[in-house]
Design a protein around this ligand. Structure first.
Ligand code: NDP
Length: 475
């Protein structure tokens, strides 16, 4: 492409409201290790990148590591680190260097004109360069009874849902033969009485260390050459799965109360599939070993362009490459507007702060956000305010995503509503009473009455609207 075609013509565009909205140097779509690494590099290069984190489309912000427990192979953490903690740190590092976050899904991407257009949260963002780091989404089996038993026995995230009361001391099944399946099978032995690993072939695809751990575990039975054909049970909960032998086609029932999917991922390329070159499996095609896609100024990073390595560290490495390539390209074409950071040396982030569990000594009836059964009982009985209760489990990535959203809603409401976090592992009885079937789950109470309930990660606006409606009625 000729330089003259790319030269920056104007640096701003007029928005529908009449205000001037700058053209972004670089928009990064996706917030896994690839997206955040790209953001760290681009922010340090004074590009002031805008990172569209994604929200519900294609998984959760933070990507697949948000549904992983111990990451033991990411350099720099000799004792391992929890996936969600690693992503919290990546995010904090990107923010520290001046990345701006848009916590929303990218709804459309138009690469047919320059600057490129990205639609998110109802507005159109214009960008000189784009890095696609949208990752891949968990696959489902599409069983005949899948919808019926979704969150009533069937789950796509053992790490999020394994600790729920319904799975305790029950027989559970995991389907898949990769690292995820093996990791989840081992993890579920903490909760279930026995775990069945359903493998469609005759061998595990997982790394040798992971496979050995599974095969040596007496609490796990591997069912080779078996496919899950369907799930059955009553109106309340799944109680068995039907297994089909992939060799002779025979079927048999396996009584289990939980079925966890770990059958791989599909790349999130829907928004660009007719605009960029993809391979037959839907992955973005880049130049070998490089981040450039088939359109100049558009780069790929992480699993969206990597069907082979798919590791946190390779995603991070490719995010670095994409940011460096974008920076070079932008400066070569004189398209970037350098944005100087206010502080040459930004303030250190430090260690993440954890909310202390409330007890008789430290409970404060006016605190916006507290933790534990004591605070729940006190606020439930004594507070006239709407009360948001979020049920979490320690390793649940989606819980990490949801909690700051809820806290923000409460802050925006200026103390007219309060929140309590219940760790379902620490407060099992409360989880049973509340009927928790997976985490995160949120309940909204007012004056001892349950008003509304949500399962999974939802938009902030949903919670805010529900609370505001309650406040309007009770005013
Ligand atoms: P993989 O693609 O590696 O494995 C998917 C598994 O699901 C395969 O065993 C596959 O069977 C099976 N499968 C796919 N479709 C079906 C189906 N319809 N019915 C039954 N079984 C099916 O995905 P993972 O999520 O396990 O791993 C993705 C990447 O992430 C890998 O590179 C892995 O190494 C990495 N990872 C690393 C971890 C760690 O290091 N801690 C943890 C988790 C993942 P088949 O083998 O027959 O094709």
């Amino acid at each position: 492409m000729g330089d003259e075609q790319l030269q920056r013509q104007d640096t701003s565009t007029v928005t529908a409201q009449g205000g001037a909205e700058a053209i972004e140097n670089l928009v990064i779509v996706g917030s896994g290790p690839a997206g955040y690494t790209a953001a760290i590099y681009a922010a340090r290069a004074n590009l002031s990148p805008l990172l569209v984190t994604g929200f519900q489309d294609g998984g959760i912000p933070g990507g697949q590591l948000m549904t992983t427990t111990h990451v033991e192979n990411f350099p720099g953490f000799p004792d391992g680190i929890l996936g969600p903690d690693l992503m919290d740190r990546c995010k904090a590092q990107a923010l520290r260097w001046g990345t701006r976050l848009l916590e929303a899904d990218a709804e459309a991407i138009d690469l047919s004109q320059r600057p490129f257009r990205i639609r998110a949260e109802g507005r159109t963002i214009r960008a000189q360069a784009v890095i696609l780091a949208t990752g891949a989404s968990a696959n489902r089996l599409q069983l005949p009874n899948e919808e019926r038993y979704w969150s009533r026995g069937i789950s796509a995230c053992a790490i999020c849902d394994g600790a729920t009361p319904q799975f305790r001391n029950e027989e559970l099944a995991v389907v898949g033969g990769g690292d995820s399946a093996c990791e989840e099978a081992v993890y579920l032995t903490k909760y279930g009485s026995h775990v069945h690993l359903i493998v469609r072939g005759a061998q595990l695809r997982a790394s040798a260390a992971m496979a050995d751990r599974v095969l040596a575990n007496p609490a796990i039975t591997v069912h080779w050459r078996s496919q899950v054909a369907d799930a059955g049970g009553d109106d309340q909960w799944m109680s068995a799965i039907t297994l089909k032998d992939t060799v002779d086609g025979s079927t048999r029932e396996l009584p289990v109360r939980g079925l966890f999917y770990a059958i791989g991922h599909t790349p999130n390329t829907r928004l660009v599939k007719d605009q960029l070159q993809l391979n037959s499996a839907g992955y973005l095609i880049t130049q070998p070993g490089r981040p450039e896609t088939s359109i100049e100024g558009v780069y790929a990073a992480g699993d969206v362009a990597d069907a082979e390595w798919r590791q946190g560290i390779t995603a991070a490495g490719s995010g670095c490459q994409a940011a460096l390539a974008a920076e070079r390209w932008l400066s070569h074409h004189n398209l970037a507007v350098a944005v100087r950071r206010d502080q040459l040396e930004p303030t250190a982030v430090g260690e993440p702060k954890r909310t202390a569990i409330s007890d008789e000594a430290n409970f404060d009836p006016s605190t916006l956000w507290q933790k534990g059964g004591y605070a729940l009982r006190k606020l439930y009985h004594d507070s006239p305010n709407p009360l948001l209760v979020v049920y979490t489990s320690p390793t649940c990535g989606p819980c990490h995503v949801l909690k700051p959203q809820l806290k923000r809603v409460l802050e925006e409401l200026g103390g007219r509503a309060q929140g309590v976090e219940i760790d379902i592992e620490a407060d099992q009885e409360i989880a049973v009473q509340a009927g928790v079937t997976g985490t995160p789950m949120v309940q909204l109470f007012c004056r001892k009455e349950l008003k509304q309930q949500w399962k999974g990660v939802k938009q902030r606006s949903e919670f805010r609207q529900a609370i505001e409606e309650l406040l309007a009625v009770t005013a």
